[in-house]
Design a protein around this ligand. Structure first.
Ligand code: PEP
Ligand code: MG
Length: 746
């Protein structure tokens, strides 16, 4: 960087800092800033356009254009050269603006007199905030050094905009993060709730974008990078818990952290007057812009590594980032994404969850559903917009979230919540009645659980037992492997809380998206089809044996039901059952009482098991269909990938016919059969399952009421006729036919 520009840029930043420090109104500040930039760039015009809403840019200050057009001139994203700069998030630098593609003549500003145009996006961490423009009469392109200086200034403007430095009365410019924003996402768990934002990872705020002393900032930057490097080295060398996949990521981080060009660019920015953290953010913004444009998967991955690395460095430099705030009242968790373990740590205190990513089939979603916490996923941009403590309404019915809603929306929402409460109350009147359909068939409705905290729902929901107790959730909430005695006490408490109602304990189902922090994870290309569940249990039987013993002891001479997850072939069931036999023998020797009645079941989660030999159906005490997994393998559609998951309906004749063939085989051998995937809790699906022969359905507690209500209204023989007719007609799903028919049922 030539010295002159370096000092010019630094001088300009120095003047900017003084201007910004003056305690004037936001508009006065902006006016001063454009004046300063124009004079130091020797340009006749300098203007700042800021986003009024996601699509509209507004001229907020100008030196050189007609002052009357301030707050009057607006353009849409992509419109004119200013809109194009914002849309492309890249610099437009031209000596002949009127002949540049996209030029839009705005008579109110009198800009036809200017030939040169240089537009610089004002963006913070990839978030477009506005455009900085300089124009001059002389036909010339701005030099790379001038453009660089403007970029540095734009960076500072972005930080100051974020901090609300340009907010004020006459400015008609409202502070960021104060307006109501509606996020349209995807429904993951129904329900409506009102509360206050709690960010899983709070944003880092840079309060000092311009440095007082470049030497001090340079030293801070270098020491921050050094701390970052040492931290990464430690992670890579010392930590035995780091699995191969994580190691690969950290190695990529280390490569970036040691990259000379990354550091050199940040050092140059600091040399030109930015603070250390502003320099890191400038680089990060650049990487994010490239990330949003990158089509190549490898490139995207590397750029998000760089993004994460910049976050780490920012946290080191600012000392911010760890969420130390207390949970607010009625907390609504806002996050990019979250794993089931992390969600369990928050516990049931959460009133709602809004995720930028997420998936309906993930275990975090299952946990939220089990707890009946409204969950909206795919709410793009919410982690950038929301601040801790903001009011937020989560509408799980429609898959939307209102951030900082105005009063009208809040009032309408309160009505919605009241209506929901009334609907739930309707179900309490049938809570103690059986799910007996008009044809006389009684379907047993049970609930899914996984934590002690779920058990009180047994009474409240009217569930007749626990059809699936996901034991791995207990393992996920801990930071070390639980001991046998601890587990046995816990299972005992579960059985006590169930007060004699049956509980089907599923042995540990880890792997896939359920990763225990204290167990060495495996580097597998596709963990959902990898070493998980019973495969781990049989290959490394230590934990399985410990768990089986704990279960036998918990039963303490009473009845016990245990099922093994992810059994893909008869042989696996035989081996797992042999482990159970061994555990019984061991407990006998140790003098512990054996269960009065032991039922050993298998979860049918892979299509292969439906074709197991007859002997399997005769031998197994019961079968529970894990529809979440079964469906993903039946359709070869990842349950966590929203794009493909949504393509396939559970009520497609192919899947329904397949389920019916399982029900028929079970009926032939009198093998008790249940369905415990999420679909069992969806009323129309539940109705169809019952109609094709499922006698037990296990679902999240909040679904028991609605499912029972529907089952009691219908004759299952008629439902079966509707299904058969729809399949014969070649419908791609029987859903429509069943739903239409239901309209006429009283
Ligand atoms: C299933 O796959 O349907 C199931 C109940 O197990 P999980 O969702 O825990 O994988
Ligand atoms: Mg499963």
């Amino acid at each position: 960087m030539p010295d002159r520009i370096e000092t010019e840029s630094r001088k300009l930043l120095g003047r900017l800092r003084d201007a910004l420090a003056e305690s004037s109104e936001g508009q006065a500040r902006l006016d001063k800033v454009v004046g300063l930039i124009a004079s130091s760039m020797r340009a006749e015009v300098c203007s700042i356009y800021l986003f009024r809403d996601a699509e509209t840019l507004e001229l907020c200050a100008t030196e050189g254009l007609d002052a009357a057009s301030v707050h009057q001139t607006r353009m849409r994203m992509g419109e004119g050269l200013v809109g194009r700069t914002a849309k492309s998030r890249s610099v437009i630098n031209t000596a002949d603006a009127p002949n540049e593609r996209g030029f839009r003549y705005m008579p109110e500003t009198g800009e036809e007199r200017y030939s040169s145009f240089c537009g610089i996006p004002i963006q913070r961490l990839g978030d477009a905030l506005g455009v900085l423009v300089v124009q001059s009469k002389a036909a010339r392109e701005f030099s790379p050094d001038e453009v660089y200086a403007l970029e540095v200034v734009a960076m500072v403007l972005a930080e100051m905009t974020e901090l609300g430095a340009f907010v004020g009365e006459g400015a008609a410019l409202s502070a960021r993060h104060t307006q109501p924003v509606l996020f349209k996402g995807t429904i993951a768990q129904e329900g409506a709730s009102e509360g206050n934002v709690y960010l899983h990872e709070p944003r880092v705020v840079v309060t000092n974008p311009i440095s007082d002393d470049p030497d001090i900032e340079l030293a801070r930057l270098r020491s921050g990078v050094e701390t970052l490097r040492v931290g990464l080295d430690d992670l890579l060398s010392g930590n035995a818990n780091t699995d191969a996949e994580q190691k690969k990521v950290f190695e990529a981080y280390r490569m970036f952290a040691n990259s000379r060009s990354w550091l050199a660019r940040m050092e140059a920015d600091v040399g030109n007057g930015l603070s250390a953290e502003a320099a890191v953010e400038k680089e990060q913004s650049l990487a994010r812009t490239r990330l949003s444009a990158a089509g190549d998967a490898y490139m995207r991955e590397r750029l998000s590594d760089l993004d994460d690395l910049s976050n780490r460095l920012l946290r080191i430099l600012t000392g911010q980032g760890a969420n130390t705030d207390e949970l607010p009242e009625n907390p609504i968790l806002v996050a990019k994404n979250i794993g089931p373990g992390e969600l369990l740590e928050y516990g049931k205190a959460l009133k709602g969850i809004v995720l930028e990513e997420g998936s309906v089939g993930s275990h975090a979603t299952i946990v939220a559903r089990a707890w009946a916490i409204p969950l909206v996923i795919n709410a793009k941009g919410i982690t950038r917009e929301a601040l801790n403590g903001d009011t937020i309404l989560v509408d799980g019915e429609q898959g939307i979230a209102h951030l900082r809603p105005d009063e009208d929306v809040q009032a309408a929402f309160k009505d919605k919540i009241a209506m929901q409460t009334r609907a739930q109350e309707r179900y309490t009147s049938i809570r103690d009645l059986p799910a007996q359909s008009k044809c006389g068939t009684v379907t047993a409705l049970q609930m899914n659980a996984g934590l002690m905290a779920d058990l009180p729902s047994l009474d409240g929901s009217g569930a007749e037992g626990v059809g699936l107790f996901r034991t791995e959730l207990q393992f996920l909430v801990r930071n070390k492997m639980p001991q046998r005695a601890e587990l046995s006490t816990l299972y005992r408490r579960v059985l006590d809380a169930a007060k004699g109602k049956p509980v089907a304990f599923r042995t540990l189902d880890i792997g896939s998206d359920k990763v225990l922090p204290y167990m060495k994870a495996n580097d597998e290309p596709n963990p959902a089809m990898g070493w998980r569940a019973i495969r781990v249990g049989l290959d490394k039987p230590g934990v399985l044996r410990m768990q089986l013993q704990a279960l036998i002891r918990a039963a303490n001479g009473g009845p016990l039901s245990v099922m093994f997850p992810f059994i893909a072939q008869y042989d696996e069931f035989k081996q797992a059952k042999a482990e159970m036999d061994k555990a019984m023998a061991r407990e006998t020797i140790l003098g512990h009482p054996l269960p009065s009645k032991l039922r050993v079941g298998a979860m049918l989660e892979t299509p292969s098991l439906a074709f197991a030999p007859d002997a399997f159906f005769e031998e197994v005490d019961f079968i529970s269909v894990g529809g979440n997994d079964l469906k993903q393998f039946f359709y070869a559609a990842d349950r966590e990938n929203e794009r493909v998951r949504k393509r396939y309906d559970t009520l497609n004749p192919a899947f329904l016919t397949f389920l019916k063939s399982i029900a028929d085989r079970c009926a032939k051998y009198d093998t008790p059969l249940s369905f415990c995937g999420e679909d069992a809790g969806r009323p129309i699906e539940a109705l169809c399952f019952a109609a094709i022969g499922f006698k037990t359905l296990s679902m999240r507690p909040a679904s028991v009421g609605p499912v029972k209500h529907l089952l009691r209204r219908v004759d299952l023989n008629e439902v079966r006729e509707i299904i058969d007719a729809s399949i014969t007609a070649g419908d791609s799903s029987v859903r429509r036919a069943v739903a239409d028919w239901l309209v006429y049922q009283v």
